[in-house]
Design a protein around this ligand. Structure first.
Ligand SMILES: NC(=O)c1ccc[n+]([C@@H]2O[C@H](COP(=O)([O-])OP(=O)(O)OC[C@H]3O[C@@H](n4cnc5c(N)ncnc54)[C@H](OP(=O)(O)O)[C@@H]3O)[C@@H](O)[C@H]2O)c1
Length: 333
């Protein structure tokens, strides 16, 4: 099969290569998927740059990419839920990345039947952003009636999170540039703050939850607008102090995490709010839940651009610019 291999860390054009490799062989509990479409996430270009090499140690060269939608070609002897011919979608784990390829073998526990009412491109756009949102909202117990600030409402995470937050009954404020304000409103946001016209810190606070997709100053400043007892879920800030324990990290990493996060914890203690950071995990069960939301019309995939399979380097460079409107998808078929 053809697959993109990452052969070193650095510039996309230097290290992302389309190569002929052996087909993956499914293990006892794996399904082998013929990939029709994959979607890109910022973590993909961060892996290429080597930003995550301390956390996820990869042996290079290797395949990469988290999200895919396709058709089951074969199933291991221990697989109970899927058969050849099933249309499925999936998010790989950090250890099993490899969806920028024509085929992938993944544990059936990661896989779900794809939503029947969307294309493979639409289904491939959903897993990582959907699971991140379900898992993040679950960690802080998001519930109807709460007020949430979702940063970067026009991005991959934001376009899913706004729709999901409205579905479960939250009041949503979201930030974006003024060119995307109407688009973000059309996703269901109750209030939109255009960051190129207004400073969100001057537009009131008292949020129960801040969903921080931007990191840096946005993570610390989240505690200026979250209410006492509220929660900041960060996807891009420093790891929370529980992270090193969850990862089974040694003393050096625990000290490094403590140092990286000390300003955030100082802000969180001063504001009386909580701080939560996590890496999304694969979950076939939650993908089944997301498929139900898509089939009921509560969530619609939002695709900015589709690239042909062999255009992965251009697609990664486009996403890296940081202004995608929804998701960027790679089409194998
Ligand atoms: N920890 C985890 O497990 C996890 C999981 C998923 C994602 N993440 C991280 O979460 C971050 C967001 O992911 P994503 O997929 O949403 O990225 P993305 O799709 O690349 O986000 C692009 C969006 O960001 C918006 N944006 C840029 N600057 C902004 C600003 N100052 N204020 C408001 N909006 C702004 C852009 O809107 P405009 O064009 O209008 O500026 C654009 O629509 C990434 O860093 C990713 O790595 C982490």
């Amino acid at each position: 099969m053809r697959a993109f291999l990452l052969d070193g860390y650095g510039a996309i054009d230097d290290h992302v290569k389309l190569t002929d490799v052996a087909d993956p062989i499914p293990g006892r509990h794996d399904v082998l998927i013929d990939i029709h479409a994959a979607s890109l996430n910022p973590i993909d270009f961060k892996i290429v740059r080597g930003d995550l090499k301390r956390v996820s140690k990869y042996q290079l060269p290797r395949t990469f990419g988290f999200d895919a939608s396709g058709v089951v070609l074969a199933a291991g002897a221990g697989v109970t839920r899927f058969r050849p011919g099933d249309a499925v979608y999936v998010r790989a784990s950090r250890e099993t990345i490899g969806t920028f390829a024509e085929k992938i073998a993944l544990p059936e526990a990661f896989v779900a039947l794809k939503p029947a009412n969307v294309s493979h491109a639409g289904a491939a756009s959903l897993p990582l952003v959907g699971l991140t949102t379900l898992q993040g909202f679950g960690k802080v117990g998001a519930r109807a009636g709460q007020r949430i600030l979702i940063h970067a409402g026009a991005g991959g995470i934001g376009t899913f999170a706004i729709q999901y937050a409205k579905h479960i009954g939250l009041d949503v404020t979201s930030t974006t540039s003024s060119k995307n304000a109407d688009f973000v409103r059309s996703l269901g946001a109750d209030r939109v703050i255009a960051y190129d016209r207004e400073n969100y810190l001057e537009q009131g606070g008292g949020y129960d939850i801040v969903y921080d997709t931007l990191g840096g100053a946005f993570t610390i400043d989240a505690f200026k607008v979250v209410k006492r007892g509220g929660a900041v879920i960060s996807l891009s800030g420093p790891p929370d102090r529980d992270f090193a324990r969850r990862e089974g990290a040694g003393l050096l990493v625990r000290v490094a995490v403590w140092l990286m996060s000390r300003k955030v914890y100082a802000a969180s203690e001063a504001a009386g709010g909580s701080y939560c950071w996590f890496f999304t995990e694969p979950s076939g069960d939650q993908l089944r839940e997301i498929a139900g939301l898509v089939e009921s019309g509560a969530i619609k995939p939002v695709i900015d651009r589709e690239f042909a399979f062999d255009q992965l380097p251009a697609a990664l460079a486009y996403l890296e610019k940081g202004h995608a409107r929804g998701k960027v998808v790679l089409k194998m078929k």
